[in-house]
Design a protein around this ligand. Sequence first.
Ligand code: ZN
Length: 180
Amino acid sequence: MKKEKQARPAIFLDRDGVLCKERGYVTTFQELEIFPYAKMCVESIHRKGFLAICITNQSAVARGMMTENVLLELNGLLQKEVGLDAVYYCPHHPQGMGKYGVACTCRKPGVGMIEQAKERFRIGMEQSYLVGDRGSDIICGQRAGLKTVLVESGYGLEDLEQSVKPDFLFQDLQEFVDFL
Ligand SMILES: [Zn+2]
């Protein structure tokens, strides 16, 4: 009998507000302010046996504020800088321009990006977490069957939808990784 490859656990990380500073739309390298602790946190995530995968909504592309190529460069820089295993992004928005103006399944709280990563890396969802700073992140994680972690380093709790109940609440990624 062929032995099934073991599923691996992962930490899904939102980008803005978790790995780098939340500043509305980030469309240039100068605006991409990676948190000083991000690299150390990803190293720690790896040491604890998890994959580190970024999933990010970037509707600035659909809004015509940035090209997809620039976004790819920004994400590439972030991936290299902090040592992520992969970065998945959604460039769409239902009211966006041209080919990006679609109601897609990848825009969070949709689970499209997680499904892609799950297939590629054979991720076991039960042991995996999603870390985000917004209600849409938490809903996305819950829909995908992940444990959900809300951090206060981005939008903060004031902007949170009342109905959202994350499994864990931490100040920032650093505090979560210490707990992990
Ligand atoms: Zn999308």
